[in-house]
Design a protein around this ligand. Structure first.
Ligand SMILES: NC(=O)c1ccc[n+]([C@@H]2O[C@H](COP(=O)([O-])OP(=O)(O)OC[C@H]3O[C@@H](n4cnc5c(N)ncnc54)[C@H](OP(=O)(O)O)[C@@H]3O)[C@@H](O)[C@H]2O)c1
Length: 299
């Protein structure tokens, strides 16, 4: 079995690279030198390597920059997944593509399920929505999975946990928005969940292809998440200078791209199909902080 790991040097890609080693499969890793918007380059790699599964962790993820770089975001987030889906079909490979809670408007009061209508407010969200539509349009022609996730964090790469630890060590006080609610997701948990979806775990049963939500259990605000990071850091004696994490409202921290106010994903479909339940985000955060402590990767 051969897995092509696309976007292997990103945050999620790096985590998959580790998980797949343990799964005992042959892994072909590519970074941005293999441009997924270049269909012939994608096709050529698949012809040579013949992957049984393609895991696409590549994306244009600079949410604020996307507002002024829509073309670049579209190349990677729309054309890229479309190319991968087409070529996966030609080669009879399985494809896993990731999407985001930012495809939703964020005006709901209960968790979004997979069938909820997308209404992205940002360019990034719109390109992720169009990208998943292009993959799903080819659904009846192959084994295609779209996995929406939210608020990803890991012990490496650019993410909220690492940013907060850096700021906690440097600043006297942090101000973090408390009126945006979502579900934090630990990238290693997501990687394990995906291997279960496609039958590459000990269970060995692939679930029905299509769209799935995956996130750790429970929801919080960015402020609640930041407070939990500070408490976890203090318990581990990581450097913490900030005496307080102050809640602020979104208008007090203006950003170029609008964020959903409420983007809690329902993971019921994942739970029913895989007979497994994501652990609470607080437990996952502890695991991440332990990993950071063990690797001295703090701040
Ligand atoms: N991070 C989150 O909170 C979050 C939340 C929900 C969903 N997601 C989704 O989860 C997936 C993984 O996100 P992530 O945070 O791990 O992303 P990331 O760390 O930004 O990594 C993305 C990778 O894609 C590569 N890339 C960019 N353009 C490319 C192209 N045209 N061809 C090939 N590779 C290209 C980048 O390489 P270079 O850096 O070298 O350009 C980078 O290594 C994405 O689909 C993202 O939309 C993320």
């Amino acid at each position: 079995m051969t897995v092509w790991l696309v976007g292997a040097r990103g945050m999620l890609g790096g985590v998959f690279a580790g998980s797949l080693v343990h799964a005992g499969v042959r892994v072909v890793q590519t970074g941005n030198e293999l441009d997924i918007a270049d269909r012939e380059a994608v096709r050529a790699l698949v012809r040579v390597e013949r992957p049984t599964t393609i895991i696409n962790c590549a994306a244009y993820t600079k949410v604020d920059d996307a507002e002024t770089h829509a073309r670049e975001a579209e190349r990677c987030n729309v054309l890229g997944p479309e190319n991968l889906a087409l070529v996966a079909h030609e080669a009879e490979s399985c494809l896993v593509h990731f999407s985001s809670d930012y495809v939703f408007a964020g005006d709901a009061n209960q968790p979004y399920d997979e069938a909820a209508p997308g209404a992205p407010a940002s360019v990034y969200g719109r390109t992720k929505w169009e990208g998943e539509r292009r993959v799903l349009a080819l659904q009846n022609r192959g084994r295609l999975y779209v996995v929406r996730t939210s608020w990803l964090f890991a012990a490496h790469g650019n993410n909220f946990v690492r940013t907060m630890l850096r700021l906690l060590a440097r600043e006297d006080e942090l101000r973090v928005v408390s009126d945006q609610i979502g579900r934090p997701t630990y990238a290693p948990d997501l990687a394990g969940a995906v291997l279960r979806l496609v039958g590459m775990d000990a269970r060995g049963i692939a679930v029905e292809p299509g769209i799935y939500h995956y996130a750790n259990h429970g929801s919080t605000s960015w402020h609640g998440f930041a407070q939990a990071i500070r408490e976890g850091a203090l318990r581990r004696r990581f450097p913490v200078r900030a005496r307080e994490v102050r809640p602020i409202a979104t208008p007090e921290f203006p950003r170029p791209a609008p964020r959903p106010r409420y983007s809690v994903l329902s993971t019921q479909r994942f739970e029913a199909e895989t007979a497994s339940v994501p652990r609470p985000w607080q437990d996952a955060l502890e695991a991440c902080l332990d990993e950071l402590g063990a690797s001295a990767g703090v701040a």
